[in-house]
Write a protein that binds this ligand. Structure first.
Ligand code: LLP
Length: 443
């Protein structure tokens, strides 16, 4: 699952104790394991190898440029959803042609940047450099207006971009994904209804510049069972065949992201399980030339990171015991936003028998782990059984690599946490803790 393991009563990240980085860098701090990040990437790449796909890591899940660079060097492309994410991907050295730009509200500025992106990360401005920039691999199209706007801007710049229509396959939420992160049903803001898609492709075939030659599906996150992928891909392939009969060729199918990660231990299908359900649907198509793209985010980054926090105080409030940590909802908003579960355990403790939400051990105490922010929604765990915990103890909040730092804010004027990357027995500060001056920059 990850390389955050207890040895001799101490939590280690790869070959060193996590307390070392806490001493040097302070808390709260996100600690990432290089080995875990790359192992999870490689498992997906290996499992789907029969399709010879392009993996476009979903940079929104965890976008530190130093981590993204590791994935780029492992061969990954990038799924981006804003000009800022595009900039990060390019700065990490990603080949623009391996970038897929999703999102319902791309501005003219962002579209122009993506059309003129080139390796190395600067957007192009002179006529010469615009002409010689490759631009990104694909634009994800989420509405008719967006497609025609892309066509217009591409025309002005003399570009002929590839575009994928994001189709909303209108499938049931069989995996009970949180309502805020399920996207595969009609009447979410994403994509175009599947019953309107064929007409959309036919109209777009008349475009002068943009080429609508790809299909994109992303049904939500996390999808903890394989059936919704089978449902969505089956509908997508039927659409591709219907279009082929009309002479409209779809050469690329992006099946999106959403593979689950391990928060409790065994709840997610493995990469091999997902592949066992998906590869047979696509193998003959891929062999016949259909390019397959995947956009995994969480399944690569979630288990690669923990959030380390120091207990400030403990107190009793009615029947409740509170552990007041120095990490808060501004550092990790998932528990309060989605009622998400993150396993929490002291960094100096015996190895926890497992990471499940029902874990009980000798002498444990029922507690709420909360932060210092002025909201009762500021919690990291509720009604959790922890070993006796005291002021000064370090607490590890596990499986926090995805949508942790990526969703952090400065609420309550809290400087955002530092980030550390562990590689074997060495560790590197990959993002400084913000300072008070950082908070006021630009004001
Ligand atoms: N592709 C598209 C178009 C997406 O919108 C997303 C995630 C992904 C790929 C990657 O999904 P993943 O493989 O990471 O599941 N903040 C929420 C998750 C929001 C997901 C947004 N889109 C959370 O913390 O659970």
């Amino acid at each position: 699952m990850d390389h955050f393991l207890y040895r001799d009563g101490q939590l280690g990240s790869e070959n060193g104790p996590v307390s070392l980085s806490a001493q040097d860098v302070g808390t709260p701090v996100y600690i990432y394991s290089k080995a875990t990040l790359l192992t999870h990437y490689q498992r997906i790449a290996d499992a789907f190898a029969p399709l010879n796909p392009l993996l476009c890591y979903s940079i929104k899940s965890c976008g530190n440029v130093n981590l993204v660079r590791l994935l780029v060097n492992a061969g990954s492309g990038m799924d981006v959803t804003s000009g800022g994410e595009l900039y990060r991907a390019l700065k990490a050295g990603c080949d623009p042609q391996k970038i897929f730009f999703a999102g319902v509200g791309k501005t003219d500025k962002e579209i122009t940047e993506a059309l003129t992106a080139s390796r190395g990360g600067e957007f192009q401005h002179s006529a010469f450099s615009i002409q010689n920039s490759s631009g990104i691999g694909w634009f994800n199209i989420e509405s008719e207006e967006e497609f025609w706007n892309l066509d217009k801007i591409a025309g002005k710049l003399g570009k002929t971009p590839n575009a994928a229509l994001r189709v909303n396959p209108d499938i049931e939420n069989k995996s009970q994904t949180h309502a805020k992160t399920f996207t595969g049903k009609k009447e979410t803001k994403f994509g175009v209804d599947i019953d309107r898609a064929a007409a959309f492709y036919r109209a777009a075939a008349k475009a002068q510049h943009a080429r609508l030659n790809a299909l994109h599906l992303h049904i939500g996150s996390p999808i903890k069972i394989t059936a919704p992928y089978v449902d969505a891909i089956t509908k997508g392939l039927a659409l591709i065949d219907e279009l082929a009969a009309d002479g409209i060729l779809i050469n690329t199918l992006d099946i999106g992201g959403g593979f689950a990660a391990f928060y409790e231990g065994t709840e997610a299908p493995s990469a091999a399980d997902y592949a066992a359900a998906i590869v047979p649907l696509l193998q003959s198509r891929a062999a016949a030339g259909l390019k397959i793209i995947l956009e995994p985010g969480r399944s690569i980054s979630a288990n690669a990171g923990i959030l380390l926090s120091t207990v400030q105080y403990t107190k009793q409030g009615g029947a409740k015991k509170f552990i007041i940590a120095d990490a808060a909802m501004n550092d990790l908003i998932r528990p309060t936003l989605y009622e998400s579960y993150h396993f929490i355990w002291p960094a100096a403790a015996a190895t926890p028998p497992n990471r499940t939400s029902t874990l009980r051990t000798d002498n444990d105490e029922k507690v709420d782990v909360v932060g210092p922010i002025c909201e009762s929604g500021d919690y990291l765990a509720k009604d959790r059984y922890l070993p006796p915990t005291h002021r000064g103890d370090l607490l590890a909040i596990f499986s926090a690599g995805a949508y942790g730092m990526a969703m952090a804010s400065n609420y309550n004027a809290r400087p955002r946490a530092a980030e550390v990357l562990v590689d074997g027995d060495s560790y590197t500060l990959i993002r400084k803790r913000e300072t008070y001056e950082d908070l006021l920059r630009g004001e």
